[in-house]
Design a protein around this ligand. Structure first.
Ligand code: GLU
Length: 481
C-alpha cells in the first residue's frame, strides 16, 4: 500500500444520496489510483439524528456500489474519550476555554445579528473569564461548553487541491464550540482529531465544508497536528441550477437500486459529475482508476441529469454479461409477480432466453421486467396506436388466421424456418412482409415494439403463438361488428 490515506465520513442521519456517494467515489478512486488506503468513518456523534439503521443502509449502499473500503467502519461514538482528552489538553494549554453562556443568551445574540443583517459570531463573552469566576460557576454546577480560541487577527489560508488558495479572515471566524454541554464533540473538532488519529493525508469532501476548513486548520495547529491536504469537490445541482431535492426525482442510492439501475452505471455517471477525464463517456472502473486525478476535477457545480444516467444505464445493460444481467434483473421480475425465484430447470432456461431477448431494448432492470410480461402472461390488451395501424386495416383478421394456420404446420419450429414461411406467405399474398409481421407482433405481444418477432415466436412456442393469433383475429372481428 502507498502512503495515501483518505476517508469517506458520512453522518448516519439519512440515506446515502448522490452527493455523498460521489464524494465516496472520488475518495475511492483517489485511493486506488495511488494504491493508498480508503477508510470508512461513521460520523455519529450527533446523538439525536444518528441512527443505526441508517448506518446499516449506508454500508449496504457502499457494498452495492462496490466501493469496498480497506479500513473501518470506524465509529466516532466509540472514541468519545479521545476527543475529551484532546479538548482537555487544549483547555490546560489555554487554547480552549469554558463558556457558560446560556442558550437564551446565545439566542438573543443571534436574533440581534439577524435583525442587523449581519452573520452571527460568538462575541467572546467568556473568553477572558478570571479563574475565580470559572471556579465559582463550576462549584455552582453551571453547564458549560468548551470553545476554541481563534486568533483575533490575521488570516487562515486553505490551500485547496481543486480551488487553489482560499483566504479567510480570522475576524470572520468565531471561537467555535469543540465540546458541547453534554460532553459530545462537535463535528469540526471530532473530525480534526480523527483525521490525525487515522493519519489521513488527503481530505476530499463536499464543497459545503470549505467554510469549516479554516476552523479545522486553526484547531489542528492548536493541537500540534500535521495538516492534511484538502480538496473540496463541486456541488451537484438540479438542471435548473437549484439545490438538488426530492422533487428532482430519485437522488438516493437506494432509490436508484430499487428503480433498476446497475451499480456500474451509477458509478460511471457519478464519476463524471465534476470530473472530466476526456471525450469518452462510458469508462470502465479500471480505466477510471488509471485516469483519476484531482486536477481534472472542476471548480464549478455539476448538473445532475437523470436522462443521461438512464441512457448510460442502458449502455451498461448491453455491456455486462447476459447471465449477470439476468441475475440482477430477477428481483424485478419477482416484484412484478412474473415469476418466483429460485428458478430451476426449464423455468431457468426460459428466463435466461427471455432476458437475453429483451435486454438490449430497455434502459433499466425495471423496464426489462416490464418489457417481458407477455412471455409470462396472456396478452389482455393491445396497444391502441398499433390497433389503428395494424388491426383496423381491411383483412387483418384473415391475415392473422392465415399466419396461425402457417405456424401450426411449419417444421421445424425454428427462427429460420418460421422466417422463411412468413416470407413465402407474404409473397404468395402479394403483400409486404411488414403487413404480416406488424399485426402478428401486436397479436402475440400486445405491443408494437420489442425483440425480433421470430425470436418472440420461437420463445412463446407453437401453441401459445397460434392461440394468440387466433384470439387476436376473433378480437378484431368482434370489434368490427
Ligand atoms: N460527516 C461529515 C459529512 O457527512 C463529514 C465531512 C468531512 O468529510 O469532513 O458531511
Amino acid at each position: 500500500m502507498g502512503s495515501v490515506r483518505v476517508r469517506f465520513a458520512p453522518s448516519p442521519t439519512g440515506e446515502l444520496h448522490i452527493g455523498g456517494a460521489r464524494t465516496a467515489l472520488f475518495n475511492y478512486l483517489f485511493a486506488r489510483a495511488s494504491e493508498g488506503t480508503f477508510i470508512l468513518r461513521i460520523d455519529d456523534t450527533d446523538l439525536e439524528r444518528s441512527r443505526a439503521d441508517y448506518t446499516e443502509a449506508l454500508l449496504e449502499a457502499m457494498r452495492w456500489l462496490g466501493l469496498d473500503w480497506d479500513e473501518g467502519p470506524y465509529f466516532q461514538s466509540r472514541h468519545l474519550e479521545d476527543y475529551r482528552s484532546e479538548a482537555n489538553r487544549l483547555l490546560e494549554e489555554g487554547k480552549a476555554y469554558r463558556c457558560f453562556c446560556t442558550p437564551e443568551e446565545l439566542a438573543a445574540g443571534r436574533e440581534r445579528a439577524r435583525k442587523s443583517g449581519k452573520p452571527y459570531l460568538y462575541p467572546g463573552t467568556c473568553r477572558e473569564l478570571p479563574p475565580e469566576k470559572i471556579e465559582a460557576r463550576l462549584q455552582e454546577g453551571l453547564s458549560h461548553v468548551l470553545r476554541l480560541r481563534i486568533p483575533a487577527a490575521g488570516e487562515t489560508v486553505v490551500d485547496d487541491l481543486i480551488r487553489g488558495e482560499v483566504r479567510f479572515s480570522n475576524r470572520d471566524l468565531d471561537d467555535f464550540i469543540i465540546i458541547k454541554s453534554n460532553g459530545q464533540p462537535t463535528y469540526n473538532f471530532a473530525s480534526v482529531v480523527d483525521d490525525e488519529t487515522l493519519k489521513i493525508t488527503d481530505v476530499i469532501r463536499a464543497e459545503e465544508h470549505l467554510s469549516n476548513t479554516p476552523r479545522q486548520q486553526i484547531c489542528l495547529e492548536a493541537l500540534g497536528y500535521r495538516k492534511p491536504r484538502y480538496a473540496h469537490v463541486p456541488m451537484i445541482l438540479a438542471p435548473d441550477r437549484s439545490k438538488l431535492s426530492k422533487r428532482h426525482g430519485a437522488t438516493s442510492v437506494e432509490e436508484f437500486r430499487s428503480g433498476g439501475y446497475l451499480p456500474e452505471a451509477l458509478i460511471n455517471y457519478m464519476a463524471l459529475l465534476g470530473w472530466s477525464p476526456g471525450e469518452e463517456e462510458i469508462i470502465p472502473l479500471s480505466t477510471m482508476i488509471a485516469l483519476f486525478s484531482l486536477d481534472r476535477v472542476n471548480k464549478t457545480a455539476a448538473i445532475y441529469d437523470t436522462t443521461k444516467l438512464t441512457w448510460m444505464n442502458g449502455q451498461y445493460m448491453r455491456l455486462i454479461p447476459p447471465e449477470r444481467l439476468a441475475a440482477e434483473a430477477l428481483p424485478f421480475y419477482e416484484a412484478t409477480g412474473l415469476l418466483q425465484a429460485p428458478l430451476k430447470g426449464e423455468a431457468e432456461a426460459y428466463y435466461q432466453r427471455v432476458a437475453a431477448a429483451v435486454h438490449d431494448r430497455v434502459r433499466t432492470l425495471a423496464e426489462m421486467a416490464d418489457a417481458s410480461t407477455y412471455f409470462y402472461r396472456e396478452v389482455d390488451s393491445y396497444d391502441a396506436k398499433g390497433v389503428k395501424k395494424h388491426f383496423q386495416k381491411e383483412g387483418s383478421a384473415a391475415l392473422l388466421r392465415r399466419a396461425a394456420g402457417l405456424l401450426q404446420t411449419v417444421e421445424p419450429f425454428t427462427l429460420d424456418s418460421i422466417e422463411a414461411a412468413y416470407r413465402s406467405l407474404s409473397e404468395e399474398l402479394g403483400i409486404s412482409a411488414g403487413r404480416l409481421i406488424h399485426p402478428t407482433r401486436l397479436a402475440v405481444s400486445g405491443r408494437t415494439m420489442g425483440p425480433g418477432l421470430f425470436e418472440i415466436i420461437v420463445l412463446l412456442g407453437r401453441e401459445r403463438t397460434v392461440d394468440r393469433l387466433t384470439r387476436a383475429a376473433l378480437w378484431i372481428e368482434q370489434e368490427q361488428r
